[in-house]
Each structure stands twice: as C-alpha cells, then as structure tokens.
Design a protein around this ligand. Structure first.
Ligand code: FEO
Length: 396
C-alpha cells in the first residue's frame, strides 16, 4: 500500500516479508527486504526506481490505484539491477515512450537486460530535472555497488535518494528509522554494507565525502531497500565513514569447521590462549557450517585478526570453510592478521591450503599455522593454548 513520506513524495514500493536469500544464495536476509519506489508529485511527476520482477504486475496495479499512469512525466532509474528495474517492462507496456533518466552505464545495463529501445535520457553529476517547486539533482555513484549507480537529491523536500547505499534488507510495517528497533536496523545496515559494499570501500568513502562537501540539505535519506533514515541520517552517514575506512573493533574471530570435534577442540583451546593473553579483547568462536555465512563475514569485518580452521578432508578443506575463504577474497578486507589451524588423520595439507587462501584474500599471515594429528590430547590442547597466546602477541 502506498504511503506518503513528505508533502510531495509517496512510497510506492513492495515489502517482501518472505525473502530469505538474495543474489541467489549469496546473501541471507533474515528479516526479509523491501524494494522501495518513490513517486514525486510536483507540477511534473517523477517515479524513482521500480521493484523486483516477480512483483511487476502487483507494482503497476498498485501504482494505478495511486495515480493515473498517464500523469507520470518521468521515470528516474538510480540503479538498474533487476530488483529495481524488474517492473520496468510492465510499466513501459502501459507508457511506451516515457523518458527514463539514468546514467549512460544505466542505459547500457537496461538495454542489455531488456533489449528494448526505450526513451533513455542520460544524466551526469550536477545535471538537474526541475519538477516545479522542487528539483532533482543527479549524483553519479559508480560502483556503489554497480557501475550504473547514481543518487539524486530533491530540493525543497531535502531528500537524498540513495538507492542501495544506506540500505538494509529489512521488511517492516513501518517506513522510518524511528519506528523500529535500532539494534536490528543498524545490524542489518552493517550486514548489507559488509556483504555488498565492502569491496568498494574507497569509492564509498569518496562519495560520502563528496556528498558532505556538497552541503546538500538532507532531512531524509531514502534508500531502495529497508527503512528511511529521517531520525538518524547523520548517524548512518557516520557509520558509512567508519565502515568504508575499514574500522575495526578490538576483536579476534576464530572460524572453524569440524567433522568429529577435533578441530573444534583446537578452536576452543586457541580462544582460551588468546583470552589469557588479551583479557579485554573480544574473542568470537564460530562454526562455519552451523552459523550464517554473511553474519560470520560481519564478524570478520569487525576483527583486527582472524583464525580459520578446518580438518583436512580428501586432501583439501571443508566446503563451508572453502566457501567463506572465497567470499572473503571477493569482499577485499584489508589490514587483518590471520593464521590457520586444523586436525588431520594422514595427509594434513588443509592448514597450508587455508593459509594460502587467507593470503590470497589479502590477510597478513603471521605464522605457519597449527596442525593436530587425530584427536588432540591434553598436551596438544596446551600447545593450542600456547599457539593462541603467541598469535595474541602479534596483535597486542
Ligand atoms: Fe538493490 Fe544492486 O540492487
């Protein structure tokens, strides 16, 4: 159902309560999501972004209840991934020829996805579209998180439409940040940042600085997923400054997988060794095959050092650990120390493979890792505690 969010702007998006996976299975969405579309009604009428393809008919039908589609003058596409552009073909079926404002890259992506010769109008940073008393100013934001991405600012209403930036996968009956649990809100915003925007930290930092330097009045930040920042727009901007700078807590995360608990026993003993040396440091111990992969990656992001352990399986490592290492490489974490560990029965090359993968993921490997043959006894567990203590000294 459409909801008015300011004098001239109405939310006309889709709340997806049941969504639990996004980007295939790349990203878990424990709290669902939303695809936010906004209708600006001034002397001219603009529609900003649409919704994901499965909801295209529902979106257009509801939009028709809100406005005569012939009264919409412009479509603005801030980003053209299918979760925002999916309803365009259905909408354009009703309004062929309507101008679509987007970046040049946005046009290429729309043409590549939908193979239609629509009425594209390319815009760049600083270009404007006057709607009446209000004006949209376009701000390109390439690689936040696709090459086509842009933000736009609505003067008069003082709203920044930021598409995926500042978004959260969070379905809510309320539209605003002051109407929902802020612990969940900021946790989902951080999870979104780490798992989607982290590879582009440098570009995020530059874009946030540019927006601050532009001195745009911003009463609200309206992202394309989750709730609108009207109470804490500055707080989420500050979080983006922190996250894009790779800000770390005094935390070590130990990630392991285990078949018969040997590697798990090692993980626990290594954690004890770190805690004995660094009692004030937070030590998180997490099983890769039990916990959510994207939540684990948030813990990695917060940590100044990580340890990764797997038993050697079929001359390799567990698939859960292998998958996480691959994701860590893609997310391009920086400035973290790391080491590997794991149990084995005969060949035992898993630790070496983990060290190599951690190095390929940009981690600073601080030692050769630790292996334990079969089930670690008390002597070996003491060695694990010592190993943890020595690792702790490298980050003290
Ligand atoms: Fe929400 Fe990049 O699409």
């Amino acid at each position: 159902m459409a909801k008015k969010i300011s004098e001239k702007v109405t939310w006309v998006g889709k709340t997806d309560w049941d969504l639990r996976h996004f980007h295939g299975d790349e990203l878990s969405t424990h709290h669902g999501s939303s695809y936010n579309s906004y209708l600006i009604r001034d002397k001219k009428v603009a529609l900003l972004d649409t919704v994901w393809l499965p909801y295209d008919h529902e979106f257009v039908d509801r939009l028709k209840e809100e406005i005569d589609l012939d009264k919409i003058d412009y479509i603005v596409m801030n980003h053209n991934e299918v979760d925002h552009s999916g309803a365009l073909p259905e909408l354009l079926r009703h309004r062929p020829g309507i101008p679509i404002y987007c970046t040049k890259k946005g046009e290429a992506i729309l043409r590549g996805q939908y193979h239609q010769d629509w009425n594209f109008v390319n815009v760049k940073t600083g270009d404007t579209l006057t709607l009446g008393d209000t004006t949209l100013t376009f701000i390109e934001a390439p690689m936040l998180h696709w090459p086509d991405t842009m933000f736009c600012h609505l003067s008069g209403e003082d709203i920044l439409f930021s598409n995926d930036g500042f978004g959260q996968h969070l379905a809510s009956g309320s539209l605003f940040d002051d109407q929902i649990d802020n612990d969940i809100l900021f946790a989902e915003a951080e999870k979104y940042y780490v798992n989607i925007l982290n590879p582009f930290n440098a570009m995020v930092a530059k874009k946030v600085k540019q927006i601050i330097d532009m001195n745009l009045p911003i009463k609200m930040i309206c992202p394309s997923h989750g709730v609108i920042w009207r109470d804490k727009p500055n707080a989420i901007i500050e979080k983006y400054q922190l996250w894009s700078a790779g800000g770390q807590a005094d935390q070590v995360t130990i990630i392991y997988d285990t078949m018969w608990k040997s590697t798990e026993k090692m993980a626990t003993a290594i954690a004890d060794g770190i805690r004995a040396k660094l009692p004030d440091t937070k030590v998180v111990v997490v099983c890769a095959s039990e916990a959510d992969k994207n939540d684990i990656l948030v813990e990695v992001s917060r940590s100044k050092a990580i340890l990764v352990g797997s038993p050697t399986i079929n001359n390799g490592i567990s698939y859960a650990i292998a998958g996480l290492l691959e994701m860590m490489k893609g997310l391009k974490f920086k400035g973290k120390k790391a080491a590997a560990f794991g149990s084995y029965g005969w060949s035992g090359e898993g630790v070496k493979q983990i060290s190599a993968a951690l190095s390929a993921a940009g981690m600073e490997i601080v030692n050769d890792g630790m292996k334990a043959l079969w089930v670690p006894d008390n002597d070996v567990l003491a060695q694990c505690r010592d190993f943890g203590g020595v690792f702790a000294e490298t980050i003290a």
